[in-house]
Design a binder for this molecule. Structure first.
Ligand code: HEM
Length: 135
C-alpha cells in the first residue's frame, strides 16, 4: 500500500482533490464531499490534514467508519514535527477561561483565610482564658 508523508497529503486540499488522515490512514474523500451528511464545509476544513480528532469528536457511526474503507489510498508516514490532529472549530468547542470556577477558586482561598483567622482567634482567646484562671 502506498505511504504518504504529511506533506504529500497536504497537497490534496481542494474540494476536487481532497485527502484526509484518520488514525494515520490516508483517505481520498474527493467523491464523498458532496454526499457527506455532515456537509462539505467540515471536510474542506480538514482538507489535506489530520481529521482524526474531528472525525472522532462527532461520534460517527459504524456505518460511517465502513464508508471510509473504500476511500483508503494509503497510510501516513508520520515525521516528528508534523501537525497534530485538528479539532473542529476550536474557538467554538474549547471553552474560554472559565471565569466562574476562577471566582470560586478565589472564594475558596478567602474562606480558608477566614477559617485560619477564626482558629487563630480561638487559640488566642483560650490562651487568655487559661492565663486568667491561673492568675
Ligand atoms: C472523512 C471521512 C468522513 C466520513 C466517511 C463521514 C461520514 C459521515 C456519515 C456517514 C455521517 C452520517 C451519520 C453517521 O453515520 O455517523 C456523518 C455525519 C456527520 N459528520 Fe462526517 N464523515 C467524515 C468526516 C467528518 C469530519 C472530518 C467531520 C468534522 C467535524 C464530520 C462531521 C460530521 C457531522 C457534524 C455529522 C452529523 C450530521 C448530522 O447529523 O446532521 N465528518 N459523517
Amino acid at each position: 500500500m502506498a505511504t504518504f508523508t504529511y506533506q504529500d497529503v497536504a497537497e490534496h486540499n481542494t474540494k476536487k482533490d481532497l485527502f484526509v488522515v484518520i488514525h494515520d490512514e490516508v483517505f481520498d474523500v474527493s467523491k464523498f464531499v458532496d454526499e457527506h451528511p455532515g456537509g462539505e464545509e467540515v471536510l474542506l476544513d480538514v482538507a489535506g490534514q489530520d481529521a482524526t480528532e474531528a472525525f472522532e469528536d462527532v461520534g460517527h457511526s459504524d456505518e460511517a467508519r465502513e464508508s471510509l474503507k473504500p476511500m483508503l489510498v494509503g497510510s501516513l508516514q508520520r515525521k516528528s514535527g508534523d501537525p497534530k490532529p485538528k479539532t473542529p472549530l476550536p474557538g467554538a468547542v474549547a471553552p474560554a477561561a472559565n471565569t466562574e470556577s476562577a471566582g470560586l477558586g478565589v472564594g475558596l482561598y478567602f474562606i480558608m483565610l477566614l477559617g485560619g483567622l477564626a482558629a487563630f482567634g480561638a487559640y488566642q482567646y483560650m490562651q487568655q482564658q487559661q492565663a486568667a484562671t491561673q492568675a
